[in-house]
Design a binder for this molecule. Structure first.
Ligand SMILES: [Zn+2]
Length: 180
């Protein structure tokens, strides 16, 4: 279900190969495309994952951090904070997992699961976390973020009428009439 394109081999460094034991493994970050099932739809997501390619035994395998990178891509697709962002939020607030649980009335077990990447928080609890961490400058809205409620037609119409009113002469004359 996944394909690895090897054109992006940044931050290359030699490491010990877990398969043959030689110090001939090259650690690189590669862009991986993987399928994710979002409700009824299957979407293709991208993640930059660490891969070790060995020059001696010619094996290639994902390095620690690959699953986390995929999980983060899923979180961002869903418009939710990733585990690393939740930990960063706690660091900014200077609170432990227990203190965050106390502040938010969210169960500590849930917070632990979100930070470990075994569960993803739902939209309302995600919003609760974001509200603690400040405005959009802290967490920019990502491509996965969606509005669930489209604006009402009458609100759109009112907005359109407002934009059309660019001739201020009528307002001016109205004021003169009132002054008279
Ligand atoms: Zn090897």
């Amino acid at each position: 279900m996944s394909s690895i394109s090897s054109h992006e081999a940044e931050h290359a460094a030699m490491v010990e190969c877990a398969i043959c034991g030689e110090a001939t493994g090259i650690l690189s970050i590669q862009e991986q495309e993987f399928a994710y099932r979002d409700g009824q739809h299957e979407v293709l997501l991208h993640a930059n994952i660490p891969v070790i390619s060995c020059q001696a035994c010619e094996e290639a395998y994902t390095a620690p951090g690959a699953e986390e990178a995929q999980h983060e891509a899923v979180c961002h697709h869903l418009g939710r904070l990733a585990p690393v962002e939740i930990r960063a939020l706690r660091t900014r607030l200077g609170v432990s997992q227990a203190k965050l649980a106390e502040l938010t009335h969210i169960g500590i077990a849930s917070i632990k699961r979100w930070e470990a990447g075994s569960h993803i928080q739902n939209a309302s609890l995600d919003a609760k976390l974001r509200a603690l961490g400040g405005g959009p400058q802290e967490f920019p809205i990502r491509s996965g973020f969606r509005f669930h409620f489209p604006p009402k037609p009458e609100a759109c119409e009112a907005a359109r009428r407002w934009r059309l009113r660019q001739d201020y002469s009528s307002m001016h004359s109205q004021r003169e009439l009132e002054a008279a």
